[in-house]
Design a protein around this ligand. Structure first.
Ligand code: ADP
Length: 479
């Protein structure tokens, strides 16, 4: 089967969150089981090309229309490990993809609509038989319309990693990439606030052959007004096309036995004694590195997250004092696309500047993320909603017990007092009670805590199973 994955992210080269890891993990596993997979992403200026092999120009020049202008593009091909990667360099006068980061610009919508259009033109030039085009989130959703006149009509799968981001735009943005009047109707957002708004994700949902929310619970939640982000009624109409598939973690990117960022290594199948010893060494390393001073036996508690409303930043802040009261170390690694939120947390950092049990680090830092997963005893995901969540899965794989709000993929992967701790009500009180319960158990009944940690380490969250589900879906579509 020939599958083409098209996305804004591809870990570890271009990653802002879980989306990039999913594209890599699924593509790697599909390739390993003998499927022909091509991945296409923008050739961002920050890509570390040294991580690639066989980088070469595939098509030195092809031009693509945006509104009234013709823009030149170069397609590059390369290998990332065993994955076939294609990097689309767009010589756009506004340097759409040469800005040092993936998202966060006022013109994100035209940027990714143009990328969608240019990828489609490239596929048409190559004109090879394709079975499945797998697109991810709003950034590439418009491809489902643009590709319709492709000679052998591939089936389109749209994964929904986060319904909150939809690519709302004006008709002009869609017309600029050649979305025709009749198709435009499908993009009509009917936004109750922005009445003339169009919506790239809505167009994709209506046009795709299958829609894949990234967990079974999220697949149900998004059909309700509470979680549907305004698209619940649209999704309800397309219910027959919806198939929830839980994400996995890429066990090559996340392997605590070989992880180059770690001080001390372990296999999740090692004895608990060995794992705990390695965890202690990883904690000591961070303690020295950041001049922290942890009391003896201190539980390490914290989070690695985008700091946005979805992730419950108010809960994370509220966790600091109870952690300290329990003699613990609190660490938060996060970055926020919202300036006010970033400023708020910077203030918090000043407040705790002299506290040597608190580490607040506001940046995107892959190395520190790996080191924290290996050091944490508890990882916090008090999310208001969570399509799948990878941090709890990586946490378990690295011996950090998750404390999560029971929603979306968190509900499908974390089970109270079995492999983690859960709470239902999105209140600070319910969260802090659960956090205290977890820390107390570790202190008073360490063997029970060890059992919960060991269940997490044994859980199978690799890409083998989810890939089989995707493969079955692809096969059903082609039948
Ligand atoms: P989302 O995709 O909603 O951001 P996920 O839990 O699915 O959340 O995936 C988040 C991924 O991004 C994890 O691999 C996490 O370690 C990583 N991550 C989030 N924030 C940071 C950060 N500031 N520095 C490094 N990695 C981060």
């Amino acid at each position: 089967m020939h599958i083409v994955q098209i996305a804004a992210e591809f870990a570890p080269l271009a990653k802002a969150g879980g989306l990039g890891e999913v594209v890599t993990g699924l593509s790697r596993q599909l390739t390993q089981i003998g499927q022909k997979v091509d991945v296409i992403i923008p050739k961002y200026d920050f890509l570390e090309l040294g991580q690639l092999t066989q980088l070469a120009q595939e098509i030195p020049h092809f031009s693509v229309r945006e509104g009234s202008q013709e823009i030149s593009n170069t397609m590059w091909s390369a290998h990332y490990e065993q994955i076939n990667l294609h990097l689309l360099e767009m010589h756009h006068p506004l340097n759409y993809f040469k800005r040092g980061k993936i998202y966060g610009f006022n013109d994100d919508v035209p940027r990714f609509l143009y990328f969608s259009k240019a990828v489609t033109e490239y596929l048409k030039i190559k004109n090879r038989p394709i079975d499945i085009i797998h697109i991810h989130d709003w950034h590439t959703a418009a491809i489902s319309s643009l590709i319709r006149d492709y000679p052998k009509a591939p089936k389109i799968v749209l994964s929904l990693h986060n319904l909150e981001y939809q690519g709302k735009c004006g008709a002009r943005d869609l017309e600029a990439i050649g979305i025709t009047n009749e198709t435009l109707e499908k993009y009509d957002g009917k936004d109750p606030i922005y009445r003339d708004s169009y919506n790239a994700l809505k167009g994709g949902i209506e046009e795709a052959d299958a829609i894949v929310p990234v967990s079974l619970t999220y697949a149900k939640e998004i059909l309700t007004p509470q979680y549907g982000c305004g698209l619940d009624s649209v999704l309800l109409k397309q219910k027959a096309k919806i198939v929830g598939i839980l994400n996995g973690i890429d066990e090559t990117l996340w392997d605590p036995s070989t992880d180059p960022h770690l001080k001390a290594h372990f296999k999740p199948t090692d004895s608990l004694e060995k794992i705990k010893f390695a965890k202690k060494e990883n904690q000591t390393f961070l303690e020295k590195h950041f001049a922290l001073k942890a009391p003896k036996g201190a539980p390490w508690v914290g989070a690695i997250t985008r700091i946005v409303a979805q992730k419950g930043p108010e809960f994370l802040e509220a966790a600091i004092e109870p952690t300290l009261k329990n003699g613990g170390v609190f660490a938060l690694l996060g970055s926020s696309p919202i300036p006010e939120m970033q400023q708020h947390f910077e203030k918090l950092k000043k407040h705790y500047k002299n506290n040597r049990q608190v580490l607040l680090h506001f940046d995107f830092d892959e190395t520190l993320a790996h080191q924290l997963y290996a050091a944490f005893d508890f990882i916090l995901l008090p999310s208001h909603f969570e399509p799948c969540g990878l941090a709890q899965l990586i946490g378990m794989h690295y011996g950090a017990t998750p404390i999560v709000r029971s929603t979306g993929g968190l509900k499908d992967t974390v089970f109270d007092a079995q492999n983690g701790y859960t709470f239902e009500e999105p209140t600070i009180q319910a969260f802090i009670q659960t956090l205290n319960r977890a820390m107390e158990l570790k202190k008073k009944d360490p063997s029970k805590h060890d059992l919960i940690m060991s269940n997490g380490l044994k859980s199978d969250f690799g890409w083998q199973k989810p890939t089989q589900h995707y493969l079955t879906l692809y096969q059903n579509l082609l039948r």
